[in-house]
Ligand binder design. Structure first.
Ligand SMILES: Nc1ncnc2c1ncn2[C@@H]1O[C@H](COP(=O)(O)OP(=O)(O)OP(=O)(O)O)[C@@H](O)[C@H]1O
Length: 242
């Protein structure tokens, strides 16, 4: 049985706290010509069940911000909390565990497994977390999320037999299958034509309403940013408008 929109809405809620919180975050990176201050004194609350667009010129720190939120890059200084969990005291395996259970990521180039059907792709994070023991539950959950995103008809198709918009629909479903508090997307529609890009952006911006997750999306398109609940603009690693 597919999971309905109502069931997804009643999934564990993050409403009692922020989906993510950055406090005075600095990221300093080593570069051949010296050091680069990729993020400077960034304070940011990502509210549960809301969408946030991140904009800024090339090199302003957008991808670095997402990598910090994804718990992939530790800040040089400052605090990061995801879904109410402070991360500064966590070791690498604890960070990986928090990321895999509470953060979903949507990649520009989909990163779907071509030899698997859509529903099998969506089930993958479930298998990594729970093993193959709960196969039936995994499939029900995957079909439910595909249904939620208007993609249940794609379930048995392989990524190679779909248009790019539908591939990204499947990739978004995969990002949602473990019911994350936070979904991150770094320019998720760059490789798509304008109409498909709009549909993908629309779908991502609907996720907070559909599942209660917060969505943080890097976008260069002002119309997409304007459709988000909030916009932050970065300039040389600083938030210049929020
Ligand atoms: N691995 C790295 N090592 C050193 N410097 C880096 C590294 N990654 C990014 N930088 C630098 O950090 C700054 C911020 O980069 P970042 O990729 O976060 O910006 P961006 O806004 O996402 O840019 P773009 O829109 O071009 O992807 C830039 O000056 C960049 O050159």
């Amino acid at each position: 049985m597919a999971i309905s929109i109502e069931a997804a809405r009643s999934a564990p809620s993050v409403a009692s706290h922020q989906a993510a919180r950055l406090t005075a975050v600095d990221v300093v990176l080593s570069a051949p010509a010296g050091t680069v201050h990729a993020l400077r004194d960034v304070d940011l609350d990502v509210h549960a069940a809301s969408s946030l667009a991140v904009t800024g010129a090339s090199g302003s720190g957008k991808s670095t911000l997402l990598s910090v939120l994804a718990l992939v890059r530790r800040p040089t200084s400052g605090g990061v909390a995801v879904d109410g969990h402070e991360t500064s005291g966590l070791d690498r395996s604890e960070l990986v565990s928090l990321r895999s259970s509470r953060v979903g990521t949507v990649f520009q180039s989909f990163h779907l497994e071509g030899s698997l059907s859509a529903v099998q792709n969506v089930m993958l994070p479930w298998y990594f977390k729970h093993g193959r023991t709960a196969r039936r539950t995994a499939k029900e959950r995957a079909l439910g999320v595909l249904d939620l995103l208007g993609g249940v008809h794609l379930a048995d198709r392989r990524p190679t037999d779909m248009c790019e918009e539908d591939r990204q629909r499947v990739a978004i479903a995969r990002a949602l299958v473990l019911d994350p508090a936070l979904v991150l997307a770094d320019e998720p529609a760059t490789s798509l034509d304008r109409d498909a890009a709009d549909s993908v952006a629309e779908l991502l911006l609907a996720v907070p309403r559909l599942t209660g997750a917060a969505v943080v999306m890097v976008t260069a398109r002002s119309c997409v940013a304007a459709a988000a609940d909030r916009v932050v603009e970065l300039d040389s690693g600083r938030i210049v408008s929020a």
